[in-house]
Design a protein around this ligand. Sequence first.
Ligand code: ADP
Ligand code: MG
Length: 247
Amino acid sequence: MTNKLLAIKKREQFIEEKGIIYLDNVSKVYSKGSPAINGMTLGIGKGEFVFIVGDSGSGKSTLIRLLLRELVASSGSVHVMGSDLAKLRHRQVPRFRRNLGVVFQDFRLLNDRNVYENVAFAQRIIEVPAKDIRRNVPSILATVGLAGKYKAKTNQLSGGEQQRVALARALVNKPSILLADEPTGNLDPKNSWEIMTLLEEINQSGTTVVVVTHNREIVNAMHKRVVTMKKGVIISDEEGGEYIDED
Ligand code: ADP
Ligand code: MG
């Protein structure tokens, strides 16, 4: 078999058998300027824990938004959980997103509602029966260490607690994949560690976890797969990798 055929076969095997995420020569060009992602090929298997690191502007958030299907690739293809995202119809997108949990640096909570309501909201959107919501929400809040805080308004919580609420909301629908874009960017070292430890536990229970971060200390201590991006390309992809110094 030629190298090219071999590569195609490998790619198809990955998509079908193991890969929960596969980007095949993906570029993303915003309306003006050079590509934010430039010919990126990346596979992430079911159950992996992957850090995405790189300078600001290297395309990390663009990658996350492509995986969420908030953006569509300019060229190449993005496969997530067996779907080619460019072929997904608009009305299929909500169902696709049910299997993805996502957290951001700035939490993005509903600040006029309490902790319980923020998490329950995610279940109501997908029409989970009320009696199941009453069981699922306390259970996931206990998992993230917020068992006693149901009634607190989210703007009365510390940053670390707010991120736990966001995490509970991301997880309550039991997604296959959790995407986190700089989840500890607004947290102190202690809370950062607690959130990363929770992400690791979530991964150990079977969820595929992809974490964009600038936290060098945590990346170096956790010995996970580390994908380093620079100017829209992958410059390093190491199992048990370290945060690469740019200078
Ligand atoms: P990172 O998350 O690694 O900091 P981004 O994916 O946010 O990088 O950005 C990658 C590049 O794309 C940057 O040059 C940025 O300015 C550009 N970019 C990001 N979002 C947009 C947008 N909505 N419109 C135009 N350019 C964008
Ligand atoms: Mg970013």
